[in-house]
Design a protein around this ligand. Sequence first.
Ligand code: NAD
Length: 333
Amino acid sequence: MEKIAFFDTKPYDKESFDRFNKSYDIHYFEDKLNAETAALSAGCRAVCAFVNDTIDSRVIDMLVTNGVELLLMRCAGYNNIDLKYAKDKLTILRVPAYSPYAVAEHAMALILLLNRKIHKSYLRTRDYNFSINGLTGFDLHGKTAGVIGTGKIGQVFIDICLGFGMKVIAYDPYPNHDFAADRGIEYADLDRLFAESDIISLHCPLTKDTRYIISDDSLRRMKKSAFIINTSRGKLIDSEALLRALREKRVAAAGLDVYEEEADVFYEDRSGDIIDDETLSLLVSMPNVIITSHQAFLTEEALSAIAQVTLSNADEFFSGRKDDLANRVVYGM
Ligand code: NAD
């Protein structure tokens, strides 16, 4: 039985992988994959990693020295891998789509919470405070959603917004004109999207072009009433610039499922610690900011799909099919 070293294991990962695994000897480690832990891959031809693991040149060398040939990413994104360095050293397979609904629905959940201030009413009524002062929101119906990235998740999010009676404008360097025509939505450039949107939701990957797509400059071009929603990757937003814009009331609210310095904090119980990230602490303390811990993917359906696709990726590789692997990640893709 091939051995797989499985990093950054949470109870829900083990549960879903154990449910579908018939063929592999999976060694579950709670540690994240990085230069301190890569040695745990000894004796394994495959490792399984997730979004906050560090797969840089040092780690890649350590894995290869240990005899690892296959890196199974149990996620869609791969911005945490040095792909250029990994070329010709490791085969990298990912799960390109597991549930676009999970992420798009979470984005809408953040919008609804922020707008209707459900996070505040929940706390009030638990304390028998039934006052509704200060909880006024606005109708989403008739408002404009600006969607950056119209791939699988962006399209589902657009459909949800249309269901709410919103107008949608979208930006994507590779526009899907058939989808836009079918749904009656418009593509626009970023200048127009920033200027006209009431809700701005990010559904693009993190690349050198999208890093800090939400910056001091773009925040200054938005409506004062704008909500910024990020369920994609933390570094799409310059968080210090966002914090300044929120404090100076240049934008109205932010819903963040990802954060640029999330790797040391998200997915861990740090409730007993002093958090030494001032930007994160200040964002968490604001009434018009909701932060969730990179949980947008976390539905039963998505966890099952992640386990099934990751295991079938391993099956394809170990059956000897090395050239024509459907979910392969290659440098320059
Ligand atoms: P996808 O590949 O189907 O779509 C991404 C879209 O972004 C594509 O249409 C692409 O053309 C577009 N794009 C590329 N460069 C762009 C740019 N410079 N500006 C605007 N758009 C650009 O991906 P997807 O499945 O829809 O996922 C989108 C992102 O969601 C992923 O990259 C990942 O970072 C994130 N994600 C987050 C979670 C979570 O739990 N929070 C889970 C899954 C995915």
